[in-house]
Design a protein around this ligand. Structure first.
Ligand code: FES
Length: 246
């Protein structure tokens, strides 16, 4: 991995402070940790700072997070520079993280890389219109549908040069292409539908066997994967733990 440094001074904003809403959120995160361990909130706070700054972490944000947590700025800098999930320079409105690890590489990531070079430029270069930037990353855990890329919060899988180019076209045109597999596959099921347990009698439903539900039908197109504020799932009705609490 290349040495990760802060963006040059000319790109750095003079200051950074959480909005009132983000500060209230930050306080709630900090309160989750035991007394004396509030520094453990550093990653969520940095993440929120990155979101507020438009997809990257300026030096002023690192200092701000350090101030809030009572840490030396170097401690927060170490974290921001260690984890590649933190971008240290401005990124495009759509930041493409293209997986280049072995399964994706064997399934065509190199061709996708060429498209990134041609359409966007060098890694971390932002297109003139501010729409795209890209970086090659290590395995994102969706190897089963390799090759894949994460764009902002969403995974786009089963990429080919054609559907990847189309995807970038759609994003550039302000469309909201569905995330997930970009071929006729449901989630990570075999291409073409289930290959086992296909006898409808086994489940007594019409769904099994034959044409499988496709990913496009199974999911709401463009459903945001950003669930940062999603409510903690409620316990199932009649959940035993619920009874124990009473
Ligand atoms: S190798 Fe690309 S997602 Fe795992």
């Amino acid at each position: 991995m290349a040495v990760r440094r802060l963006a040059p001074a000319e790109l750095q904003p003079k200051d950074f402070a959480f909005t009132a809403e983000n500060m209230a959120w930050a306080k709630k995160q900090i309160a989750k940790y035991p007394e004396g361990r509030q520094a453990s909130a550093v990653i969520p706070l940095l993440w929120r700072a990155q979101e507020q700054a438009g997809g990257w972490v300026p030096e002023a944000a690192i200092r701000h997070v350090a101030d809030i947590l009572g840490l030396a700025p170097i401690r927060v800098l170490e974290i921001a520079t260690f984890y590649t999930m933190f971008n240290l320079a401005p990124v495009g409105r759509y930041h493409v993280q293209l997986c280049g690890t072995t399964p994706c590489m064997l399934r065509g990531a190199k061709e996708l890389k060429k498209i990134c070079h041609k359409r966007i430029g060098e890694q971390f270069e932002v297109t003139k219109d501010g729409t795209f930037s890209w970086v090659e990353v290590e395995c994102l855990g969706a190897c089963v549908n390799a090759p894949m890329a994460q764009i902002n919060y969403d995974f786009y899988e089963d990429l080919t040069p054609e559907n990847f180019s189309r995807l970038l076209d759609d994003l550039a045109a302000g469309k909201n292409p569905p995330s997930g597999p970009q071929i006729d596959r449901q989630f990570s099921a075999p291409v073409g539908g289930p290959t086992t347990l296909t006898d409808p009698a086994l489940r007594g439903t019409q769904h099994q066997g034959g044409a499988a539900l496709t990913d496009a039908k199974a999911k709401k197109p463009g459903a945001a994967a950003n669930v940062r504020e999603a409510a903690v799932p409620a316990a199932p009705v009649g959940d035993a733990s619920d009874k124990r609490r009473k």
